[in-house]
Ligand binder design. Structure first.
Ligand SMILES: C[S@@+](CC[C@H](N)C(=O)[O-])C[C@H]1O[C@@H](n2cnc3c(N)ncnc32)[C@H](O)[C@@H]1O
Length: 249
């Protein structure tokens, strides 16, 4: 397996803090898409768990489910593992897997797979592998929950502030801009700043490639694997529940 190049090394200290607000808005959509999953002892795979904000939402929505939380960044995984290990309920049923998809050690069969704010890290071939894993692994009645982040077509995005939070005397800010590389790919440039009394005391710049996908392309890629997607919740969040075509019959 080639060494994993972690684009979150420099942003990991900001990420949990600055993503919490977003997850307050995202949580109801993910929960609604997972409704009915995990009433018994279901298995749920989460790809790209980050610091575990979504893992907690999955665990609350499916209180009997066992969860495999995949997080390849050791910096983010440290926060995830701390969150899981410090809660007796999470500790008893969340397994943390370190290898990136598609090398991750996943259960062969699962009742749901969740990948939020992370799909763009997979290129076309890895995405095809993901659809194959979902088509082969999803138990009857199960679904995969993903989101398509805007912009869903490749384009430049001028700098904007994503979030700002105060902790003690310091303020933590995250801003982002993007450049278009080609029809399928963008590069996101993120800046994470720390300031005190208006003075910047630290700034970290990170960048990563992002593979864009729109709803039409998603639908046609899924069709090749006998899968289909339904928009779940508020369109602005781009959440989709993916099911097997067999469920339609
Ligand atoms: C923007 S973060 C989102 C984290 C979390 N889902 C959230 O919404 O707070 C993207 C995540 O995808 C993870 N990731 C990147 N490539 C991956 C891969 N090939 N397999 C699994 N996770 C991956 C990153 O390490 C990071 O945790």
């Amino acid at each position: 397996m080639p060494p994993y190049m972690d684009p979150y090394t420099r942003s990991a200290d900001h990420l949990d803090l600055l993503s919490a607000g977003l997850w307050q808005h995202m949580a109801p959509h993910v929960s609604a898409a997972l409704a009915g999953i995990g009433e018994n002892d279901a298995t749920i795979v989460e790809l790209g768990s980050g610091t575990g904000l979504g893992t907690c939402v999955i665990a609350r929505t499916a209180p009997m489910a066992r969860i495999v939380a995949v997080e390849p960044s050791s910096h983010l995984r440290a926060v995830l593992l701390h969150r899981v290990a410090s809660d007796n309920d999470l500790r008893s049923r969340v397994t943390v897997e370190n290898r990136p998809f598609p090398s991750s050690r996943l259960p062969e069969k699962f009742d749901a797979l969740v990948m939020i704010n992370s799909l763009g890290h997979l290129d076309y071939a890895e995405r095809a592998q993901l659809w194959r894993v979902i088509a082969a692994g999803l138990r009857p009645g199960g679904c995969a929950v993903i989101n398509l982040q805007a912009p869903t077509t490749s384009s430049a995005v001028p700098e904007f502030e994503m979030a700002r939070e105060r902790v003690g005397d310091r303020e933590y800010h995250g801003s982002a801009r993007a450049e278009r590389v080609d029809e399928h790919t963008m590069i996101w440039h993120m800046t994470y700043r720390t300031s005190e009394e208006g003075h910047e005391i630290d700034a970290a710049e990170v960048e990563y490639r992002w593979n864009v996908l729109d709803a039409g392309t998603l639908e046609s890629e899924l069709a090749q694997h006998n899968l289909h997607a339904n928009a779940a919740g508020d369109e602005q969040f781009g959440v989709f529940a993916i099911e097997s075509d067999a469920r339609r019959r």
